[in-house]
Ligand binder design. Structure first.
Ligand code: THU
Length: 160
């Protein structure tokens, strides 16, 4: 028997000012996207912003529904918007933030399993990793070089 040990590398920044200008701008856009979040059931507002290779930013926010399974995550709303309007340009990075009006979230909120899988598919399609930038309302900023860091042993189209 052998052991396989998987490691996750996360860059941790204390504050947004330590990030490059373009990443700061991307995080700010993700934060702006919180304004369009519709989350009356969970009170959990999520904003996501995609940075494309030409500098364009595409954002999205979570959209809930009284029929709970219909809820759409911010990341996949942003990805759908990208495919509808900007497809053809590669995605360089995604910034994700979250807020709850009832308490301050101070730890980065990472994408759910479904969004990890969706981001993994995007990386496969564009044959280029997407940097992941995470910060909640406050607290540290996590930067990961690829969604693969959050989805080890991912299921991908090569299995099919
Ligand atoms: N949510 C996202 O938008 N992205 C995630 O990756 C995790 C969860 C949303 C869905 C739902 O509207 C709320 O957060 C609570 O689960």
């Amino acid at each position: 028997m052998q052991h396989k040990i998987l490691q996750t590398h996360i860059q941790v920044y204390d504050k947004a000012e330590e990030l490059s200008d373009s990443w700061q701008a991307l995080l700010a856009k993700a934060r702006q996207a919180l304004d369009s979040s519709y989350a009356p059931y969970s009170n959990f507002y999520v904003g996501a912003a995609l940075l494309l290779e030409d500098g364009q930013i595409v954002s999205g926010s979570n959209q809930e529904n009284a029929s709970f399974p219909l809820c759409l995550c911010a990341e996949r709303v942003a990805l759908s918007s990208y495919h509808a309007q900007f497809q053809g340009r590669k995605i360089v990075a995604i910034a994700i933030t979250a807020k709850n009006p009832k308490f301050v979230i101070a730890e980065p909120v990472s994408p759910c399993g479904a969004c990890r899988q969706a981001l993994s598919e995007e990386e496969f399609r564009q044959r280029q990793p997407i940097q992941i930038i995470l910060q909640a309302e406050t607290g540290p900023i996590y930067v990961l070089d690829s969604i693969q860091a959050l989805l080890p042993l991912s299921f991908n189209p090569q299995f099919l």
